[in-house]
Design a protein around this ligand. Structure first.
Ligand code: NOJ
Length: 547
């Protein structure tokens, strides 16, 4: 049994938060890319899902080399997405519909098109302009070798050499991601001041919170420290490796000189005071990828951030034992600091859950299991339509990780294909122009319009489970999750005496004695039956039971 230390529940603790990837959500102007007006126009759809908040991936000024995570002005909107007034309207209209709004903030790096980086390139080694980034001399003869052996998370070296103003090759700069994303130097006060300005800029416009990109990476240890296993590290950071155990990742991911440095927490303590200085409960969620996962608790201590994504759960195998382990770990580790977990099945960086589990049935069952857990649930756009990864010819791929790996790593474009809204319209209603990634004909069957009227559709399963989740919360379902004994392959837990969940992770139906009279209130797939206290759970199915 687990006890949460918290007595009061904040809105984000139990929220369903829907991730909008704006470029692929809905195009309102026919240029083939989604935009903020497209999101505003679909607020009724978002409202119909029964979600509590939306988180938008970046739409700020950007040359878009990494899907907008290469920001050249964090306090302006990129013209491809609209104008600042559209962002303001979006916040206002979402609020009128009862939906909170979270934006992304990207503090680890700027775009190489940011004015600061241009100024750094035009300045001398050792200048204040260069000090806002990580510039260093190379090693060896002529400084021809990078300052250390760190690899980019997108493959290849994490250093690129610049041509100095005299036309000769000179210093190197650090980029943990693409060479168009120079890492910022958080020891430099200009950097911290500028981010505080950005935070206030958006909070002043009524924003409810931030998702902090690479929250664990902002401080680097001495750049003269080599990493002991750069290849192993790049491998372990991939999110498409379902089944990579916690312990295996821990072995590959401990002692990284550019992740999880203690000083990072000073930044979040400061940001927390800014968030708390605004009325109406503003929040921040960390995108932190650290192993062992117990280290994540540091990010959600009472004076730091409010939430941290649960990537360990996102990569968990469809196995009762592995799921129980991951859920236990998440709850226990965070309970130590009085925080509540979030549950993530999918995002724009990972394969879509239907593709990862290679089965719609398993994805439906996993969803109902996830939605029944205590804590916040993150949903990635299209997850509610049961979309699989898009089928993309290699020549259409755009992800820098595909390009930098020379095609070895297929990259994340598959999860970023635009949404199919309407089976009868061109590009399935996403855009009247040419979509920025091809939309394969197989997507048609998943279009939102076809799922609307079908009570057995993915879309309606999500709607029903979110509505029921809310109802159960008002009926006082317990915050505590208690595991029950069940046959092998079954995940079985209760939350208070009235609500229990059974998930069958195997290929065959399983009978479970629940020792009390129950009623099935929701099932991920038909075919369950109850006989006395015996519940028959079909293969790869989750049931919600009420007694
Ligand atoms: C994590 C983001 O989710 C991902 O899309 C991006 O490429 C990296 N951070 C770098 O900003």
């Amino acid at each position: 049994m687990f006890k949460s230390e918290k007595s009061t529940v904040a809105w984000w603790d139990t929220a369903v938060i829907y991730q909008v990837y704006p470029r692929s959500f809905k195009d309102s102007n026919g240029d083939g890319e989604g935009d903020l007006r497209g999101v505003i126009n679909e607020i009724p759809y978002l409202q119909s899902l029964g979600i509590d908040a939306i988180w938008l991936s970046p739409f700020f000024k950007s040359p878009n080399k990494d899907g907008g995570y290469d920001v050249s002005d964090p306090r302006d909107v990129d013209p491809r997405f609209g104008k600042i007034s559209d962002a303001e309207d979006l916040i206002e209209e979402a609020h009128s519909a009862g939906i909170k709004v979270i934006f992304d903030i990207v503090p680890n790096h700027f775009s190489s098109e940011h004015l600061w980086f241009k100024a750094a390139l035009a300045s001398k080694p050792g200048s204040p302009e260069r000090d806002r980034f990580h510039f260093a001399d190379g090693q060896g003869e002529g400084g021809n070798t990078p300052p250390n052996n760190w690899n980019s998370i997108f493959n290849g070296p994490a250093w690129t050499r610049v041509i100095e103003t005299d036309g000769k090759p000179g210093q190197w700069y650090l980029h943990l991601f693409d060479s168009s994303q120079p890492d910022l130097n958080w020891e430099n006060k200009d950097v911290s001041d500028d981010f505080e300005k950005t935070i206030r800029f958006w909070l002043d416009r009524g924003l409810d919170g931030f998702r902090i990109d690479v929250a664990h990476g902002l401080y680097k240890s001495d750049i003269h420290t080599n990493h002991r296993d750069p290849e192993g590290l790049t491998h372990a950071l991939r999110l498409d490796l379902g089944g990579m155990d916690h312990d295996v990742r821990t072995a590959l991911l401990s002692d990284i000189p550019f992740f999880g440095q203690t000083k990072t927490h000073e930044i979040y303590r400061k940001w927390r005071t800014i968030l708390d200085s605004y009325p109406d409960k503003r929040m921040a969620v960390a995108e932190a990828f650290l192993y062992p996962t117990s280290r994540l608790a540091d990010y959600v201590r009472p004076d730091e951030l409010h939430q941290v994504f649960n990537f360990d759960y996102m990569a968990v195998e469809w196995s009762a034992e592995k799921i129980r382990d991951s859920v236990n770990r998440s709850i226990q580790e965070l309970a130590g600091v009085g925080a509540i977990p979030s549950w993530v099945m999918d995002n724009h960086d990972s394969p879509r859950v239907v593709s990862r589990l290679k089965s719609e049935d398993k994805a439906r069952a996993f969803a109902l299991l996830t939605h029944a857990l205590p804590g916040a649930v993150y949903v990635y756009q299209g997850e509610e339509l049961g979309l699989a990864d898009g089928i993309i010819p290699d020549e259409a791929r755009q992800d820098p990780s595909y390009i930098r790996s020379g095609g070895k790593d297929k990259g994340r474009d598959g999860a970023r294909v635009p949404l199919p809204w309407n089976s009868k319209e061109s590009n399935f209603g996403f855009s009247t122009g040419t979509p920025w990634l091809p939309m394969h004909s197989s997507m048609k069957a998943h279009s939102a319009d076809l799922q609307e009227g079908d009570s057995g559709s993915f879309l309606n399963l999500y709607r029903t489970s979110f509505a029921l989740r809310k109802r159960l919360a008002t009926q006082g379902v317990s915050k505590e999750l208690v595991w029950r004994e069940g046959p092998e392959g079954i995940v079985y837990f209760t939350r208070g005496s009235g609500f229990s969940v059974l998930a069958n992770t195997t290929d065959a139906p399983i009978d479970v004695n629940v020792h009390t009279a129950v009623m099935v209130i929701l099932e991920s797939k038909g075919g369950a039956s109850v006989d006395g206290t015996i519940v028959t759970v079909p293969a790869h199915t989750t049931l919600w039971l009420q007694s």
